[in-house]
Ligand binder design. Structure first.
Ligand SMILES: [Cu+2]
Length: 510
């Protein structure tokens, strides 16, 4: 019977916490709610139902109240907002608001933010992937207390039945007839069996519920890569583990025919040589035949590569598929290497290192430089921050020739040296553009966004608004928070004078 209470064992071993990214579940977004620019952090719960913690910092001091509500991104659930909660304003910092929301369902959700202040009302939809990352174990002390209570209740039940049979219809003061003793014993045995049967059925129900929950734990879908004789990389999603019939289960929905464009591509493929993270490619495979994606490989050095493939499902749910591929010297030698085209790019550099100067400078291939502007403060895990980069030209002056690159000022990939963290982020934050646009399209009074679909430029987004004028500021800021301590490498990509430039920076996070 003990296992009745110990069913909720941690399944963490088989459940790597993931979401759009890998190992980096929190959502960071810098965007406008109407007239107010907000920096939003959503700490998604590890279990569903669970509580999401929301932190909002307003850039200006004219926001008086912020309300938050959880909703679906698409479908009828995106049209009827529940009664919002008021986010609590910090006493020490009037521009900082904090609130929490119960997330009751799996899937592609949004936190709808309503900011009220001196300039009127503004709305912002922050898409969040609601996934179960683990099963929470029951506390030992709680299990012990419940176990003792169960024994007491079971014994009490048997005692009540026995007492009822023994004395139920006995006149006051009368002695117990000897013949009744057998009946009492018989009733106690029946009651014991009944109690045990109820407990067994309860245990089975509990177990099946726990199993069903475990089947909802999000496991990063895997992708398999093979290099053909022609040097073409063919990618296929590995068969999904099918354990439950719940259609909301994200990894059951990964259908290569159910994807939407995310900043101009169906798939963003990152190949990173491990363990040094010294070779980095950001490629954009094309849809191939029979549910595959194909990519002509550039001349690529031999080695063991980690694969991260970003896609966005049609309901706005972002998925990073993970895999590994060995490119032996024979395979790599056989690849002549197609010239890079379009938005494809990559670099070969040094291995990741904990010894970095602050601020760190990276010489760009075109003679310019990118500088990570950081103060000397150590980086801490779990703290939302803005990563700031500056691009200078050969003469050291701020570069004036930056262009929008796939609709944005910059793209960055953030990796932990042990391979447990991967995030593809932008000046707007960690939210994929496609999910963001879908979520904004659900806002009331935004029919233009809904009609425009997923590919247009959304003026609501500061990082993208820069790009509509055709010039991009040489100062790049990317909101992010490192999820855990470790050694990280950040690849930052910009486009200058028609060519993509990639810089890499290393950081030890405490
Ligand atoms: Cu990107």
């Amino acid at each position: 019977m003990k296992c009745f209470f110990v069913i909720f064992l941690a399944l963490a071993a088989c459940a790597m916490p993931v979401s759009a990214h890998v190992g980096s579940p929190d959502v960071f977004l810098e965007s406008n709610a109407g007239p107010y620019k907000l920096f939003v952090t959503v700490r998604v719960p590890q279990v569903i139902p669970g509580i999401a913690e929301i932190e909002i910092r307003s850039e200006s001091n004219n926001v008086s109240e912020i309300r938050i509500a959880p909703m679906q991104v698409t479908g009828p659930g995106s049209q009827y907002a529940p009664a919002p909660e008021v986010a609590e304003r910090s006493k020490d910092d009037p521009q900082f608001f904090r609130g929490s929301l119960w997330l009751m369902e799996f899937g592609s959700l949004q936190v709808r933010i309503e900011a009220n202040g001196a300039n009127g009302k503004g709305l912002l939809a922050v898409p969040i992937p609601a996934i179960a990352q683990r099963t929470l174990p029951m506390q030992r002390s709680l299990g012990a207390v419940l176990f003792i209570l169960m024994i007491v209740l079971a014994l009490a039940m048997v005692a009540i039945v026995a007492a009822a049979v023994r004395e139920g219809n006995l006149p006051p003061g009368a002695l117990l007839p000897a013949a009744r003793t057998r009946r009492v014993q018989f009733a106690a045995v029946i009651a014991s069996f009944t109690v045990m049967a109820v407990l067994t059925i309860g245990g089975l129900w509990w177990r099946s519920d726990a199993r069903q929950y475990a089947s909802h734990i999000y496991i990063p879908p895997e992708i398999e890569g093979n290099v053909g004789a022609n040097g073409q990389l063919v990618l296929r999603a590995k068969p999904m583990r099918m354990t439950s019939g719940n259609p909301r289960r994200p990894e059951e929905l990964i259908d290569f025919n159910d994807l939407i464009l995310d900043h101009e591509h169906l798939m963003h493929l990152f190949l990173i040589r491990s363990p040094g993270m010294d070779v980095f490619w950001h490629l954009h495979p094309q849809r191939g035949g029979s549910g595959s994606f194909t990519q002509d490989l550039p001349a690529i050095p031999a080695g063991h590569y980690q694969i991260f493939a970003d896609v966005v499902l049609s309901n706005g749910f972002p998925v990073t598929m993970i895999g590994q591929i060995d490119l032996s010297s024979a395979t790599a030698g056989a690849i002549e290497g197609k010239a890079l085209s379009g938005d494809d790019s990559g670099i070969e550099g040094n291995s990741v290192s904990a010894e970095t100067s602050v601020p760190a400078e990276y010489p760009l291939p075109d003679g310019g430089r990118m500088t990570w502007e950081r103060d000397g403060q150590p980086l801490r895990a779990g703290v939302p921050l803005i990563l700031r980069f500056r691009v200078t030209d050969r003469s050291g002056a701020p570069a004036q020739d930056l262009e929008p690159y796939m609709g944005m000022a910059a793209h960055a990939a953030i990796l932990c040296s042990d391979g447990s963290v991967f995030a593809h982020v932008h000046p707007t934050g960690s939210v994929p553009m496609a999910s963001f646009e879908l979520a904004q399209a659900s806002l009331p009074g935004n029919p233009a966004a809904a009609e425009r679909g997923m590919t247009g430029v959304n003026m609501n987004m500061p990082g993208m608004a820069q790009t509509t004028s055709g010039t991009v500021s040489p100062e790049i800021s990317i909101p992010y928070g490192f999820p855990k301590p470790g050694l990280y490498r950040i690849f930052v990509q910009v486009k200058r004078a028609g060519r993509i430039q990639t810089a890499s920076f290393d950081a030890a996070v405490q």
